[in-house]
Design a protein around this ligand. Structure first.
Ligand SMILES: Nc1ccccc1C(=O)C[C@H](N)C(=O)O
Ligand SMILES: [Zn+2]
Ligand SMILES: [Zn+2]
Length: 207
């Protein structure tokens, strides 16, 4: 069946996509040109796995956690609810909206990362109680429109660790600026990277 409408909620990947400070930037170049090979252009990639729109494998924050190739795909192909929580410095449980039936991914729109050509100086904090709430409501995946569910300088990663304890999964760097609250199908499948700690994804909403 052909989807009625597809909304791309992914960041563009290029040499100017802002990487996590100190991490490996994204780069793409041709290792062989059509001119050289006489047949085809062939590209070569280098990047942090945590670039642009990406998922975290639990192995990112837990040496015993699931690696990218082991991730259950139904987590990333599901019914999602976009919630507008913009204008807040901290997102508490009380800021979340009533959950609709059958939703297994919650996508939080903070609308705080305006300039996607620069890494943000700061972004809202997500209260760890959200992890328990997701679990109680049968929601497997939390998506955010910022680089991380914890602050940049956090070493303890309270939100990542709370999500891990509850066996909940994380999608970061989605673009929701032009998306209104509502219910959508989500597709954001990770690459099958053996031993990986995460993966960039092409994330889309469709109906
Ligand atoms: N790429 C990094 C390099 C160094 C230190 C943290 C990160 C992160 O990516 C942290 C964040 N928890 C994340 O999953 O996006
Ligand atoms: Zn990440
Ligand atoms: Zn993360």
């Amino acid at each position: 069946m052909k989807p009625e409408k597809i909304i791309d909620i992914s960041m563009e990947l290029s040499g100017t996509t802002p990487e996590w400070p100190g991490d490996v930037p994204f780069s793409y170049e041709l290792s062989v040109t059509k001119q050289e090979s006489g047949s085809v252009n062939v590209g070569k990639l280098q990047s942090s796995t945590h670039i642009g729109t990406h998922i975290d494998a639990p192995f990112h924050y837990d040496d015993q956690g699931l690696q990218t190739h082991e991730l259950p795909l139904d987590i990333y192909l599901c019914k999602a609810q976009v919630m507008d929580v913009s204008g807040l410095n901290k997102i508490n449980l009380s800021d979340l909206k009533p959950l609709e039936e059958g939703v297994t991914a919650v996508l939080l729109k903070t609308a705080s990362w305006k300039n996607r050509t620069a890494f943000p100086e700061t972004w809202p904090v997500f209260d760890v109680s959200i992890a328990q709430w997701l679990t109680d409501n049968g929601v497997n995946l939390l998506g955010v429109d910022v680089p991380s569910v914890d602050p940049e300088t956090s070493k303890e990663l309270p939100m990542h660790q709370a999500m891990n304890r509850h066996q909940r999964f994380i999608l970061e760097g989605i673009v929701l600026d032009d998306v209104a609250e509502g219910i959508f199908r989500l597709a954001a499948l990770p690459l099958k990277i053996k031993g990986g700690d995460g993966s960039p994804v092409r994330a889309v909403l469709y109906s």
